[in-house]
Design a protein around this ligand. Sequence first.
Ligand code: UDP
Ligand code: MG
Length: 137
Amino acid sequence: MERTLSIVKPDGVKKNLIGEVIKRFEQRGLRIAALKVLKLSKDDAKGFYIVHKERPFYESLTSFMSEGPIVVMVVEGKNTIKKVREIMGATNPKDAVPGTIRSDFASDIEHNIVHGSDSKESASYEIPFFFSSLEIQ
Ligand code: UDP
Ligand code: MG
């Protein structure tokens, strides 16, 4: 079993896609082990995306991620990190395979509806960023 951190980003919440994202994970046999709605401050978003601090999109991304409520969740199952990334689709919706969340719903490379950890290492930073062990069941 493997765990990953997924987020329905502010654009996904605004577009009423919380249920749609969860449904796609569950339909692939993945389980939601923790879930909550919250709003990041700009500093929270900067901390979460600290790996991207040198990237040209860091300022804009962290403003976007703190502009409205998000849903954070721990997703659990076999090969969850890879499966969630497949269900999400490529970062840029123009490159995403039809039938993926980003292909179906994202408006551009920044406003791309959903986040998923890209490795075991990032999952082990991102999950405790939002959840204590008591909150993961
Ligand atoms: N992003 C952006 N411009 C880019 C690349 C990424 O605005 O050129 C945003 C986008 O919201 C993306 C996030 O920054 O989801 C994190 O980038 P990453 O390369 O980690 O993509 P992901 O892992 O989310 O597919
Ligand atoms: Mg990433």
